[in-house]
Design a binder for this molecule. Structure first.
Ligand SMILES: [Fe+2]
Length: 287
């Protein structure tokens, strides 16, 4: 698999100031604000979230990592051979993304995927802004993204045949969970008439981090789903609302998938073993 992990996400928001305080006070992430751009760090990488001032609260791109220039060229060749219009970033675009090399392509749903290598990293100890043990990143990437799309079959084929993702599970013929490293899924697609970013999942290295963060979120009234455990990746997590309106799934303890011996599964039953009840203003929604 040439794509190794979700390295970064690009997002637009009307509320960069809100994001800056939210990142520091809720997620514990140090922020670097430069004009109409806000970069958030989770680890040694110079950023994981790239927020830009904009008119809409939406995903602008997903940044996938490959290991080398040779791997990038191979991904470019295979996408081009499949007839997809691939854009090769020039020096200015690479500098903007803090990468050595990058290509980009749009999937059938219109989501922009950037594939690159050589992201800047600063290995001096990172001081999170809240007492947390830290985030599970490294070879697992920054987390996972769940995207709603109308063009479900075509986008799934693009991810599998074009980018080389492998299916971990499907659910009900309208959700697909895909992996590119031991994280159970780095991206999931949901077939819907309301496309767009559903959530980004961040995984901590300790359960107490989840507990401490749910306390912060309850005090701010931004918990959207109660603590629960998903059936497929087994992560213990809750959901919270970001300043943009889309959610972050905040969890710990997801299983690891070994691509060499994982068989795709078709899930039945509820998607959570327990919990994940929907909350509105800290009250369980009665429907
Ligand atoms: Fe999730």
């Amino acid at each position: 698999m040439l794509i190794r992990s979700l390295a970064y996400v690009g997002l637009t928001t009307r509320d960069l100031a809100g994001w800056e305080s939210f990142a520091g006070e809720v997620l514990g992430l140090p922020a670097d604000r430069a004009g109409d751009r806000l970069l958030l760090r989770m680890d040694e990488r110079i950023y994981r979230f790239d927020l830009r001032q904009g008119e809409r609260e939406e995903l602008a791109w997903l940044g996938w990592e490959v290991a080398s220039a040779a791997d990038l060229a191979e991904v470019e060749r295979s996408l081009t051979a499949a007839g997809l219009p691939v854009h090769r970033a020039d020096d200015a675009e690479c500098a903007d993304r803090r990468l050595i090399g990058m290509i980009s392509v749009r999937d059938p749903a219109g989501v922009r995927h950037e594939i690159g290598y050589g992201q800047e990293a600063d290995f001096r100890p990172l001081r999170l802004t809240r007492p947390l043990s830290g985030y599970l990143t490294g070879g697992f990437g920054m987390g996972h993204a769940v995207i709603g799309v109308k063009e479900y079959d075509e986008t799934l084929a693009f991810l599998v045949d074009g980018l080389g993702f492998r299916i971990s599970d499907t659910f009900g013929g309208f959700i697909a969970f895909l992996h590119c490293n031991p994280r159970h899924h780095s991206i999931a697609l949901v077939h819907t008439d309301e496309p767009g970013l559903r959530h980004i999942m961040l995984e901590t290295t300790g359960l107490d981090d989840v507990g401490a963060t749910i306390d912060v979120c309850l005090s701010r009234g931004i918990v959207t789903r109660t603590l629960g455990r998903h059936t497929n990746d087994r992560a213990v997590s809750f959901y919270l609302s970001t300043p943009s309106g889309w959610e972050i799934e905040y969890g710990w303890g997801g299983i690891e998938v070994d691509s060499a011996d994982h068989s795709a599964r078709q899930l039945v039953g509820p998607t959570s073993l327990w919990g994940h009840q929907h909350l509105v203003d800290n009250e369980i929604r009665s429907s």
